[in-house]
Design a protein around this ligand. Structure first.
Ligand code: OGA
Ligand code: MN
Length: 294
């Protein structure tokens, strides 16, 4: 059967069928998936029984793999998954749920806030590819918001205001929102804020999008409370139900999204039971704003 894409949510989320991601893909299949990403930005694949190696091989079709380094508080040697994989499960190396007060767990709770992956890196991520090895038994849906729709529906005065603004993003800000402030000096240095444009233009479709994330801590040149009030208002606009696709996970689902045009968050789930989710990330190719010298 040939690869095809059916809309789940018009022009935002599509379901791909007729492809086995455990095998090497043909050039045509890769091109069809890329075209699907450019049109929809969220693609869902069912029944993909991937190993970590196969997931990484699939990911490399779309660019270099971004490493997880600098994006979490897991110590070297404590990783459950091979390098190249992002562990977004609630599990330790023994494959058992982390203790309630484990700081890796508390840090990962930040994924329940709307965000775009790696917006806290100077060169932020392009695609994320998330494989569901074991879904939560209660809760744990992942929601995606269309940031192109968010831009398109802003009134002209707000568009003019937002245009050209630069935000500072850091894991320190998103985690700080939840009261997670216990970071070592090394972590604070690692999570130093980076600058990102508040408006992006997609290189293929030319569509513009708002580039928001809970990692934002201020707008350059603005008083901080005014910046955060404005960002909060924009985020409320961007995540209204009409712009959101809700994914209800089945085991072996794989969901792929374009971080340049979406935000996402996971909903609360029963954390005493395993939820095994593994992400690979396609690195972006350029910064969105000039950085200040360190
Ligand atoms: C991610 C993420 C949400 C989830 O993989 O980047 O935010 O559903 N995951 O676990
Ligand atoms: Mn994420």
């Amino acid at each position: 059967m040939a690869l095809s894409v059916q809309p789940l949510q018009p022009d935002f989320a599509g379901e791909v069928s007729g492809v086995d991601l455990t095998r090497p893909l043909s050039t045509d299949e890769v091109a069809a998936i890329e075209a699907g990403m450019d049109r929809y930005t969220v693609l869902v694949f069912h029944d993909q029984h991937l190993t970590d190696e196969q997931q990484m091989a699939f990911t490399r079709n779309f660019g270099a793999i971004e490493t997880a380094r600098g994006g979490n508080v897991t110590k070297p040697g404590e990783q459950r998954l091979p390098q190249g994989m992002n562990d977004v499960s609630n599990l330790g190396q023994d494959n058992r749920p982390l203790a309630r007060d484990d700081r890796r767990r508390l840090f990962n709770l930040g994924n329940q806030l709307w965000h775009s992956d790696s917006s806290f890196r100077a060169v932020p991520a392009k695609y994320s590819i998330l494989s569901c090895r074991l879904p939560a038994n209660r809760g744990g849906n992942t929601e995606f918001a269309d940031m192109r729709a968010a831009w398109d529906t802003l009134d002209p005065a707000t568009k003019a205001e937002v245009e050209g603004l630069i935000c500072e993003h850091s894991l320190i800000y998103s985690r700080g929102t939840l009261g997670f402030t216990d970071l070592t000096d090394e972590e604070k240095a690692q999570f130093r804020p980076v600058r990102q444009s508040l408006v992006r233009t997609h290189p293929v479709s030319g569509r513009r999008s708002l580039y928001l994330a809970s990692h934002i801590g201020t707008i350059v040149g603005w008083p901080r409370p005014e910046a955060m009030a404005f960002i909060r208002e924009l985020a409320e606009h961007a995540t209204q139900p009409g712009f959101v696709y809700v994914h209800r996970w089945r085991q072996w689902d794989l969901v792929m999204w374009d971080n340049r045009q979406t935000m996402h968050r996971v909903r609360r789930f029963d954390d005493r039971e395993p939820r095994d989710m593994r992400r690979t990330t396609v690195a972006g190719d350029a910064p969105t704003a000039e950085q200040v010298a360190a």
